[in-house]
Design a protein around this ligand. Structure first.
Ligand code: DQA
Length: 149
């Protein structure tokens, strides 16, 4: 069974409430639950933390346990060499997701330490970006079920 970890960083627990003009009004939690129902053939693990070290601990625990990572590191995208190192260390295919178009926003959002450690990035397509990342892994271009375990 394909096993995917969807990892969300700081403030993403508030999607649906926070800056709705940027992030929309749907709760990320509800959206991810709907993905779980729609793709019942996938074993999903959802994790969110506002704490950098906790995200790193979680990513390390994904090693040998899941086939792929879908990561929205929130603002840590633009600051965290440690998260980028964790991604490199676990050597799992990862897709970077951003709800908003980070390249159309403030300059400090134009740097991503995460992108270079990922197979690809999706930005600006709203919550749909998470589903598109799932489809990438389902397409078999990503991890094959059983691989890396
Ligand atoms: C975000 C974009 C980041 O720049 C921001 O800090 C976030 C959310 C997005 O999903 O669009 O918290 O990752």
């Amino acid at each position: 069974m394909l096993s995917l970890a969807v990892v969300n960083g700081p403030n993403l627990n508030l999607v649906g409430l926070r800056e709705p003009e940027i992030y929309g009004t749907q709760s990320l939690n509800d959206y991810l639950q709907s993905l779980r129902e729609k793709y019942a053939q996938i074993e999903f693990s959802f994790y969110q933390s506002n704490v950098e070290g906790e995200l790193i601990n979680y990513l390390q625990q994904c090693r040998g346990r899941v086939n792929g990572i879908i990561l929205n590191a929130g603002a840590y995208t633009h600051t965290s060499i440690a998260l980028a190192d964790a991604l490199a260390a676990i050597a799992l295919p990862a897709v970077e997701v951003h709800i908003s178009n980070v390249l159309a926003r403030e300059d400090y959002r134009k740097t991503s330490y995460i992108s270079g450690k990922c197979v690809g990035s999706i930005s600006g397509l709203g919550l749909l970006g998470y589903e598109l990342a799932v489809l990438y892994f389902l397409s078999n271009q990503g991890a094959t079920p059983g691989e890396n375990l």
